[in-house]
Design a protein around this ligand. Structure first.
Ligand code: AMP
Ligand code: MG
Length: 470
């Protein structure tokens, strides 16, 4: 542990942006899983991971060299309504290791906990830990998770549950809501916005440091990264569930995994968050909500950047998003001579067919890639005829086309019922299934023969819905 040295540049900002805080450790912590890929990237040895000190580090008790824990302040639009005093109510930043800012989720109350207990239960910690690994392996920009501990501490949600902590790692934890917080400052919001924007440029967009209109350029980059992220989400069927502006990353990373779900039988109107009564964050709405969130960001940056320029850039969101999304879908279909104007309609028709015949999103593309497609329905049959005809124009040989398709069409996605099986075992003290799923999460394109049953939707579960913050 001695050679883990953290830095805390964020503390150079005005105290308005954070509050220094201390972890409230959990009772009897046990390391139940760690992310070996990330630990290697961070140069943390297996011996260190297996040491008592490391468990204590994840529990917030052992302070690494240079670590000065703090919680970040932010505001945000939650379900469309502005809330001023949000912030890390249950996350504690420890400092930066290499390019990753380490954070403990569930390490006790902070200045921003409001009525919350500062805890995260084992169930939701496992959900975040597993999916952030899976998204990374699917090449989708995301915050990461290094390790997870269980404990004997309890918290009450709908019932009493055991608490856990995930050590998260991200190149940035700044949210759209962090800028919203600076905007509503009554003393000097221009100074606060500039201070934060300069920090963001330093940390995330250093190529802009010496650019003339750097704040507008920063905004444009955030728009582009968000478009990329949402197009990738839609292409694998990821539904975030709580796309409030405080859950939107200024680096276009998938952040704050809560009631998310992966699309199973295709249903474009599906909403995975039980508390989202108006279907605000349904699958199909995700791009529109992202654009709306970016319009909030443009508004709050307007004291330091041209609102007109920002808005006209954001006006191009949906057009650019559709081009990006469809080109990813074309690759998933092995259409390498794809042209948006010529083939866009074929892709749009696929979504209708998948919807009409309730076809499993992931299995469909995997079936095409492995030549094992097994679907029924008149809409999909009509679509397939057109697709096979279109394939005749492709110049690559079938075998090499299927090879390339298999590299981007996962066989495994972490379906909610599957994750729930790991949670049920973990709640009984058995973490073996969790660790098997960690391997699957890291390798979604590989065979995992023992777990073949999880490649299909489970009809007795339907796609499970979860509620907010647990
Ligand atoms: P979320 O919906 O998880 O993004 O959380 C929204 C806000 O509520 C954030 O400011 C969180 O830090 C805070 N929050 C959620 N759960 C808790 C909790 N158990 N204790 C304290 N704050 C919480
Ligand atoms: Mg959040």
């Amino acid at each position: 542990m001695k050679n883990i040295k953290l830095t805390t540049n964020y503390l150079k900002l005005n105290e308005f942006f954070y509050s220094q805080s201390k972890a409230v450790p959990l009772k009897n912590p046990k390391l139940i899983s760690y992310n070996d890929k990330l630990s290697k990237q961070l140069n943390i040895s297996t011996d260190t991971i297996n040491s008592e000190e490391f468990t204590s580090f994840v529990n917030g008790e052992y302070l690494a060299n240079g670590s000065e824990p703090f919680a970040m302040a932010y505001s945000g639009h939650q379900f469309g309504y502005f809330v001023d005093n949000l912030g890390d109510g249950r996350a504690l930043n420890l400092g930066k290791l290499g390019k990753y800012n380490l954070q403990l989720k569930g390490a006790g109350v902070t200045k921003y906990s409001r009525n919350g207990d500062g805890r995260a239960v084992l169930r939701s910690s496992i959900r975040e830990y597993l999916l952030s690994i899976a998204m990374d392996a699917l090449h989708i920009p995301t915050t990461k998770a290094l390790a997870i501990i269980s404990s004997d501490s309890k918290a009450f949600r709908e019932k009493t549950e055991s608490c856990a902590i995930v050590m998260r790692a991200s190149t940035s934890w700044i949210r759209f809501g962090t800028f919203e917080r600076a905007y509503v400052d009554k003393e000097d919001n221009v100074a606060k916005l500039k201070e934060l924007a300069n920090y963001v440029i330093e940390e995330s967009y250093s190529e802009l440091k010496n650019v003339g209109n750097k704040y507008e350029e920063m905004y444009f980059k955030i728009v582009d990264r968000t478009i990329e992220m949402i197009a990738l989400w839609q292409s694998v069927g990821f539904m975030h569930g709580v796309m409030n502006t405080d859950n939107m990353s200024i680096e276009g990373l998938t952040i704050d995994y809560g009631p998310y779900a992966m699309m199973e039988e295709f249903d474009k109107g599906f909403t995975c968050n039980l508390s989202d009564y108006e279907n605000r964050y349904s699958f199909d709405n995700q791009p529109f909500i992202a654009q709306w969130n970016l319009s909030v960001l443009a508004k709050v940056l307007s004291p330091i950047a041209s609102e007109d320029l920002m808005n006209s850039y954001n006006d191009m969101f949906i057009g650019k998003f559709k081009k990006k999304y469809f080109s990813i879908m074309a690759s998933k279909l092995g259409l390498y001579t794809y042209n948006f104007n010529k083939d866009g309609n074929l892709i749009a028709k696929l979504f209708n067919a998948l919807q009409e015949d309730s076809i499993d999103y992931t299995s469909f593309f995997y079936g095409l890639s492995s030549d094992t497609l097994d679907v029924e329905g008149s809409s999909i049959n009509t679509w397939l005829e057109e697709y096979y005809k279109r394939l005749e124009q492709e110049t690559t040989e079938k075998a090499s086309r299927l090879d390339s398709m298999k590299k981007i069409n996962p066989k495994y996605i972490l379906r909610n019922y599957m994750i729930q099986d790991a949670i049920d075992k973990a709640e009984d003290g058995d973490f073996s299934l969790l660790n098997e799923f960690v391997k699957i999460a890291h390798n979604p394109f590989s065979e995992h023969k023992k777990f073949e049953k999880y490649t299909k939707a489970n009809e007795t579960y339907e796609t499970m819905k979860c509620s907010c913050s647990s």
